[in-house]
Design a protein. Structure first.
Length: 364
């Protein structure tokens, strides 16, 4: 696999991105309905206990202005599905009440303009404990690795508060692509090897934390849709709206870094890896398989993963470890440079696409 000089890529990529932004502002933009580019998130890092106030962010959105936003907090079961609206909970903050015990909470955003509307939902909190000093989630579990048959995924417990000692049980779950139904795979532990039966589904972990007072559970974000490990043709992978990277470009198409999702977001500790999931499309809106993706913090305050290819659902996931100089401050963000490219293309040419993104940080 061709390696690209890091320093030169960042400088050249930033210049290319600036030129693209200037060109866009000069020519105007097409009329489009809102599109979520970074999902909503619950940004406060108070543990999810009765009486605590949660604060949420609407995430990042594209679309023809003006765009209006409406908010709704959701009460869900302990598997973060079967959600219902919480009455009068329509602001970016919510104070947890007794009725939330044993439930998880999510934050829903609906963006609307003259061209249409779209709704996006945050990841869930951990279950609200029934008793004081029972384990309560501070940051969620994470899963790292590529969602491809034969690949190994690795999970973390997340971070919890409560009476010590706390023990943890990690159970792997398989969900449908829409994440409206999830069930156990029968596997436990920090690692999981993706199986053929997982193709077309998403994976996550459910962590149960237990101490002398009680127990609570938390859920990781899901992986991308699992793809087959074989490169053969004809099989069910990305469907009709996907394309291999080798087939992009004959009519002037390019790659676009369509979406970048950080988990956790905001980052509240340097001790927990950040899971980053990147989606690559071409300028026709098709998911791209086999595009190599480079990501690096600017300035460098975290590990830089080895460039890896997108799977048949157009995604690649990385586990990035914050360094000791990674800034954890309220109201602060860390910027990352992302480049999607095709192996063998010239460094400053070809069909590459770039994007600058950022993840918020927050003191615990």
């Amino acid at each position: 696999m061709q390696r690209i000089p890091r320093f030169g890529v960042v400088l050249a990529g930033a210049a290319v991105l600036a030129a693209l932004l200037l060109a866009s502002s000069a020519t105007g933009r097409s009329q489009t309905k809102p599109s979520n580019q970074q999902e909503p998130s619950i940004t406060s890092k108070n543990a999810a206990v009765v009486g605590a106030t949660l604060t949420a962010s609407r995430g990042n959105w594209d679309g023809t202005p003006p765009v209006t936003y409406s908010y709704q907090w959701l009460r869900c079961n302990d598997n973060a599905v079967s959600c219902s609206n919480i009455a009068n909970a329509n602001a970016t903050t919510y104070t947890i009440v007794s009725a939330d015990r044993g439930h998880t909470l999510r934050f829903q955003v609906t963006a609307k303009n003259a061209d249409g509307s779209e709704t996006a939902v945050s990841n869930a909190t951990g279950t609200v404990p029934d008793k004081a000093n029972a384990p309560a989630e501070i940051s969620p579990p994470t899963v790292s690795g590529n969602a491809v048959v034969g690949e190994r995924l690795t999970a973390t417990n997340g971070t919890w508060q409560g009476t010590s000692p706390i023990s943890y049980t990690i159970v792997w779950q398989s969900c449908n692509a829409a994440v409206t139904a999830c069930s156990g795979t029968g596997k436990q532990g920090t690692t999981y090897t993706v199986a053929n039966s997982d193709i077309g589904r998403r994976l996550r972990v459910r962590v149960t934390a237990k101490n002398s007072v009680g127990s609570s559970s938390g859920l990781s974000d899901t992986t991308g849709v699992v793809a087959s490990g074989g490169g053969g043709g004809g099989g069910g992978g990305g469907g009709g709206n996907s394309v291999k990277v080798a087939d992009v470009g004959p009519a002037g198409e390019r790659l676009t870094v369509d979406r970048v999702v950080f988990n956790p977001n905001p980052v509240t500790t340097r001790n927990v890896p950040i899971r980053v999931t990147i989606t690559v499309k071409d300028t026709k809106g098709r998911l791209v398989q086999g595009a190599l993706v480079f990501i690096r913090s600017t300035p460098i305050v975290s590990s830089t993963p080895t460039d890896a290819p997108t799977t048949s659902d157009g995604t690649v996931s990385y586990s990035i470890q914050p360094r000791s100089d990674f800034p954890i401050r309220n109201g602060h963000s860390v910027q990352f440079f992302v480049k999607a490219y095709r192996s063998g293309d010239p460094t400053l040419a070809g069909i590459s696409g770039t994007r600058l993104v950022q993840v918020a940080t927050h003191t615990p």
